[in-house]
Design a protein around this ligand. Structure first.
Ligand code: PHE
Length: 474
């Protein structure tokens, strides 16, 4: 019996990979090119984490000391896990739940299930923030959020996020755009969109950085990023750097397993993973060079936290020649970064629902959309009318985001490293070398990073701050 799982309209145009699962032949969509895959994976990786979170973390966690620790994690555990996840996806040709089960046995399905759940949780707050980027873009064009002091911009930001309906309307727009791309299919939707959006994002970023570093007084910000302040580094910094590396590379929750499952058998996984890690780090560093010099040039506080992007930066743009145009540019770029990540997040539950429950792509995507929207309502309201309701001292949005960063992604990362290092090593090693066709002299290094370094380092970061956090929450 032949079952056609994919119902993309352009089936005949796409390449498919036949594959036998439980006696049924599934037709699987594939990326049209290696470039398309790298742009999609980089689109997943490059997101709010790079442009919004990285600069304020670097700003408050020791400047370039944070950057150095972050790059060290990226170059070892980060890139190793990224190769592992892509290989898991390509080897199994399945969604994360099916992939873990196929490679590790039924006892491993929970790890894939955790990934699907994590994707839905991340989406519920990511889409809210994605909505803010659209709101800011629109308000910059109309002039509603342009100009004024940091105080007045701060109260405008507060008014937006604490509003009951406006953020949710933008949330729907953001989610709707994401769903439309996913419904169109892997190659005809996602790949087509990212091949245009990602190069555009890189271009916009370079223009904005050029503007920022040429401001009078920008050198203080550049110095800040170049001179490490080791005295400010503690266990919290190391833990934040690893958490940020995971979130930024979209690791530990099945995004790259899903994207890897659409990859053809000939592509070199290692060099593709290296490209994605490089692009992700490059964008984070560029975002640092965009935000911090501008902040210093206008005398603002670099450790302003989450408000750095939505309050401090607009204040900087207000004082700048051509500021309104640059600000519109900036929020459009932030929107592009967010939506390409959101597309990858939606793809995870969609691949799970279509494969495990035989749902149609449209039905699965709309189901995910409805679930995520319902969850995003309390997230958004937790910054406004529900701000009085907290659990462990956090509102819903912060609670979910911390749970993801502190627990869910690290647990997913340990599961991946143990699976590929110990349980399915031979299969994954063969996948990384394209069944022995590509040389991989560093295989032994990768193997021991997966077997020992990654699980131990992640467990340490996971458990180390646990008591402090529990004590703070109590
Ligand atoms: N990597 C994205 C960012 O930096 C977030 C993300 C996490 C996307 C996990 C997909 C999966 O914003």
């Amino acid at each position: 019996m032949r079952i056609y799982i994919s119902n993309s309209k352009s089936e005949s145009e796409n390449t498919f990979n036949s594959h036998n699962l439980d006696g049924l032949t599934m037709q699987r969509e594939q990326w049209g090119s290696r470039f398309g895959f790298i742009m999609a994976a980089a689109g997943s990786a490059v997101g709010l984490g790079n442009v919004w979170k990285f600069p304020y973390l670097a700003g408050s966690e020791g400047g370039s000391a944070f950057l150095i620790i972050y790059i060290a994690f990226m170059a070892t555990i980060g890139i190793g896990l990224m190769m592992a996840e892509i290989a898991i996806g390509r080897s199994s040709q399945l969604n994360p739940v099916g992939a873990f089960r196929k490679l590790g046995g039924a006892a491993w399905s929970w790890a894939g299930g955790l990934g699907v759940l994590t994707a839905i949780i991340i989406l519920s707050y990511y889409s809210v923030i994605g909505g803010w980027t659209i709101a800011y873009f629109v308000d910059t064009i109309t002039g509603a959020t342009f100009g004024g002091s940091a105080e007045s911009l701060g109260s405008q930001f507060g008014a937006l996020v604490s509003d009951t309906t406006r953020p949710l309307i933008y949330d729907i727009i953001f989610l709707g755009l994401t769903l439309a791309v996913v419904i169109a299919g892997v190659s005809a939707g996602i790949e087509k969109a990212v091949k245009v959006l990602m190069p555009l994002l890189f271009l916009m970023l370079i223009v904005l950085v050029a503007r920022s570093v040429t401001l009078d007084g920008a050198s203080a910000g550049i110095d800040f990023l170049m001179k490490p302040k080791w005295a400010e580094v503690d266990m919290g910094t190391v833990s934040a750097a690893l958490g940020q590396a995971f979130f930024s590379l979209s690791l530990g929750m099945g995004a790259l397993i899903t994207y890897g499952s659409y990859l053809d058998k000939k592509t070199n996984i290692r060099s593709s993973a290296a490209w994605v890690c490089f692009l992700d780090t490059f964008v984070a560093v560029l975002a640092g060079f965009l935000v911090l010099p501008a902040v210093f040039a206008f005398g603002f506080d670099p450790s302003a936290g989450p408000g750095l992007t939505f309050i401090t930066l607009p204040a900087v743009f207000s004082d700048m020649w051509g500021g309104q145009l640059f600000q519109a540019f900036f929020f459009f770029m932030l929107f592009v970064a967010a939506i390409t990540s959101s597309i990858s997040l939606v793809s995870i539950p969609v691949s799970y629902f279509t494969e495990q429950f035989r749902m149609s792509r449209v039905g699965a995507t709309l189901t995910v959309g409805v679930i995520v929207f319902l969850l995003s309502i309390p997230c958004s309201l937790s910054l406004g009318i529900w701000s009085g309701h907290t659990l462990f001292g956090y509102g819903v949005l912060d609670l979910l985001s911390n749970t993801v960063d502190w627990y869910l992604l690290p647990i997913g990362g340990v599961a991946v490293s143990v699976l590929v290092g110990w349980v399915a090593y031979d299969k994954i090693a063969a996948e990384l070398t394209n069944q022995g066709e590509l040389p991989f002299p560093m295989l032994i290094v990768w193997k021991w990073i997966m077997r020992v370094v990654a699980p131990v380092a992640i467990a340490w970061v996971l458990i180390g701050p646990l008591w402090e956090r529990l004590a703070a929450a109590a």
